[in-house]
Write a protein of this length. Structure first.
Lengths: 440, 294
């Protein structure tokens, strides 16, 4: 690749960082930033992926290269824990790759930065059927624009949601034949399990450091933000109902007051029967098969998350593939996204990682269609709902859990915790209100 | 005079330039940043950057999380520094003692934790502190005490972090104190012994006064190091449970690199600087007024 000198004003960036810390950053920029061959449209495609997916995706690339010999791909693996920081600093330093795997809760942030290439037209012109995707999952990739329309900024790669894994034998022993579908039945089943199990047994594990279970329950009730996502609505009835249900499980000793770091090995404890229900995600299908002892393999199943009155919605998580606006190789990047989005590629990807595909047609593979736990996810994925699409969401999400933890630990009443949370959210979103006022 | 002056500037120039570029400039930029609301929106579009004066500072001072982080950090410093220096001094005295055998071996092995990677040993400590299977709780059980949920109980998490940090860091101060001990003139001990001083009096009236300047130095280094508590909770508890191990630096890291509120993060940094500056100043005063000092 020809190494170019620092081209005058690295392409297309009106970068705030450069003006503020111009001294050190201009220096760093001329040393590393512009000269990386990014500007060369013929250079290899830079693809950043995370964790296990990055390891596996290289195995899929053989078929891609056979079809598109002109495109070279360079995959860089980022650890999940550092990926977010690395991407933001790469944005500030104008060193973003061409395309990237992006957790779909990070999309609003990079959308606010204007770093993501709209993909609506490419999606339509290449004939990828939108309605083949689970609607709730695809929706997380649509970002509202200032004009009020919304644009597709990512293509779902694999999906994630939360539902219940449970011990079928313990549920049967407590007198319940089938998995509960409503909050009422779920609570009743838990109380029976606790009664039959006696001391030292709980009914459900809801790790106190994981916000997802509570958020899934509150999604079933309604929105947690109001006024165009510029104020909190945590003191409103929808969230209050979810928090009341959640906190009552701890007060009744149905759920242990534990963080996931305190449960040394959830699979051991699940096999031992410390708890019968576990609200968790798709990676645990593989983990349960690998880690539960052979004589327990007949005793577990997965089922959609119970809702207030019938099967409820859950979180719409997962990762998307995005192209950055700074890329000079968008056509090649789209070819790769298109290849990775084919149902056959998704099926191979699932075989290698256990990651669940976002397209319904990919679910026709026997490994998914004939697998009961995966089918529970298939049913749940028809009922998933996107989180608020604002850059501050991740932070609000964490703060919500801290408030819930205070309630569960008995340090604060529900009313006070919710009001305090709303005040905190309102302060955090002040800038959004200011921006909205400025636009108006 | 001018000639000398010019030569001095030329000689000091490169160093001053490096200091200006890599120290003074970032500090000034950081101070400027702390007076703005630099966030993700400003990163995207600089016209949304607002000058907010001291609002970041005022806001921080009204944030319970800031006070919690400050309280946790002070707790860590107030308990961790004496424990750590006490351990260092005890280890140095043992190594210096006439009865110590295999001195180089012990010196090396006691220093070893300092050069190990915090992340790697933190994993081992997490095993040791494990509620059910950890060695520490097995030891407690053996002497009839109830097991403690070291990293899960908000009351015990900080003591566990302090124990880990003290173990990890005491070797460094031990080496400095050992050097100071070896510099104590033998004659002073002999004279004290002839005057009838026992081992304890010799320690309090000879060793300690001579060690005071070194102890103050070690104290200032340790205090300013311990105020910057980050790696230990980051790898062991992620600031939890219930933010009981959430430190000032952790707050700065979260504000800056997790949420990209660089304005707030810079304000935290300057407040931490003020705290460390005050603590060091008080300790220096203590050194000046110390009895060992003329």
């Amino acid at each position: 690749m020809p190494r170019r000198g620092p081209a005058p004003g690295c392409p297309g960036r009106r970068d705030a960082m450069r003006r503020i810390g111009w001294g050190s950053l201009a220096l760093a920029g001329s040393l590393a930033g512009c000269g990386r061959g990014k500007a060369d449209p013929q250079g290899p495609l830079e693809f950043w992926a995370m964790g296990r997916e990055a390891e596996v995706v290289t195995e899929l690339l053989g078929a891609f290269h056979a079809r598109h010999p002109e495109v070279r791909v360079r995959v860089q693996q980022l650890p999940w824990t550092a990926a977010h920081e690395k991407l933001l600093t790469a944005y500030a330093g104008d060193a973003l790759p061409d395309l990237c795997q992006l957790g779909n809760t990070w999309l609003p942030e990079f959308s606010a930065l204007g770093a993501l290439e709209p993909l609506d037209e490419r999606m339509t012109s290449t004939g990828i059927p939108r309605d083949d995707y689970f609607a709730g999952i695809l929706d997380t990739n649509f970002m509202p624009t200032e004009g009020g329309a919304s644009r597709l900024l990512g293509v779902p790669w694999y999906v994630d949601t939360r539902l219940i894994f449970y011990r079928t034998d313990l549920l049967r022993a407590a007198g319940h034949a089938a998995a509960p579908e409503t909050w009422f039945d779920w609570r009743a089943a838990m109380q029976d399990i606790r009664r039959v199990g006696g001391a030292g047994r709980y009914a459900v594990l809801l790790p106190l450091n994981e916000p997802d279970p509570l958020f899934a329950l509150s999604l079933q009730q309604g929105s947690v933000l109001k006024d165009d996502d510029t104020r909190g609505a945590f003191a409103q009835p929808p969230f209050r109902r979810a928090l009341d249900f959640y906190a009552q499980l701890f007060r009744d000793d149905l759920a242990p007051r534990m963080a996931s770091t305190q449960v040394s090995n959830v699979w051991d404890e699940f096999a031992r029967g410390l708890f019968a229900f576990y609200v968790t995600g798709p990676w645990n299908i593989g983990e349960f098969r690998r880690r539960l002892p052979a004589d327990r393999q007949q005793d577990w199943a997965a089922a959609p998350l119970p809702g207030p009155d019938g099967p409820g919605v859950s979180t719409a998580g997962g990762s998307s593939l995005v192209i950055f606006t700074s890329s000079r190789r968008k056509e090649s990047a789209w070819k790769l996204i298109r290849f990775l989005s084919e149902p056959e590629t998704m099926q191979r990807f699932h075989a290698l990682t256990g990651d669940l595909p976002p397209r319904r047609s990919a679910w026709r593979a026997p490994a998914l269609a004939d697998d009961p736990p995966s089918q529970a996810f298939a049913r749940q994925l028809e009922r998933v709902r996107a989180a608020p699409k604002i850059p501050e969401w991740e932070r609000i999400f964490q703060e919500m859990q801290l408030a819930a933890e205070r309630v569960v630990q008995g340090r604060q009443g529900t009313e006070a915790a919710c009001r305090e949370l709303d005040a905190w959210v309102d302060a955090l979103l002040e800038k959004r209100r200011w921006l909205r006022g400025r636009r108006a | 005079m001018t000639k000398h002056g010019a030569a001095a500037w030329i000689l000091a120039g490169p160093a001053l330039l490096v200091i200006a570029v890599f120290f003074a400039l970032p500090v000034v930029a950081g101070l400027a940043l702390s007076l703005t609301d630099f966030d993700i929106y400003a990163l995207a579009d600089l016209s949304t950057l607002r000058f907010v004066g001291l609002q970041n500072y005022l806001h921080l001072l009204q944030t319970p999380l800031f006070w919690q982080a400050l309280g946790n950090t002070l707790y860590f410093v107030a308990v961790g520094v004496p424990v750590s220096i006490g351990l260092s001094l005890a280890a140095a005295l043992l190594l210096e003692s006439r009865f110590a055998r295999w001195q180089p071996f012990f010196r090396t092995s006691l220093f070893a934790p300092v050069v190990t990677t915090a992340v790697a040993v933190a994993v081992i400590w997490r095993y040791l502190l494990h509620t059910r299977y950890g060695l520490v709780n097995q030891g407690l059980a053996a002497i009839g005490l109830t097991p403690v949920d070291w990293l899960g109980d908000p009351h015990w998490s900080m003591p566990a972090i302090i124990a880990f940090a003290a173990w990890k860091n005491f070797g460094y101060n031990m080496i400095i104190l050992l050097a100071a001990l070896q510099a104590v003139p033998r004659e002073l001990y002999e004279a004290a012994r002839m005057d009838g001083a026992g081992a304890f009096r010799r320690f309090t009236d000879v060793t300690i006064p001579i060690l005071v300047p070194t102890l103050v130095l070690v104290g200032i280094l340790t205090v300013s190091g311990y105020f910057q508590l980050f790696a230990e909770p980051y790898v062991m508890t992620q600031g939890g449970p219930l933010r009981s191990t959430f430190s000032m630096l952790y707050l700065m890291y979260e504000e800056g690199f997790r949420w990209w509120n660089l304005g707030n993060a810079s304000a935290v940094a300057f407040l931490l600087f003020v705290v460390i500056f005050c603590a060091s100043w008080v300790m220096l005063r203590f050194d000046r007024d110390a009895p060992g000092r003329r």
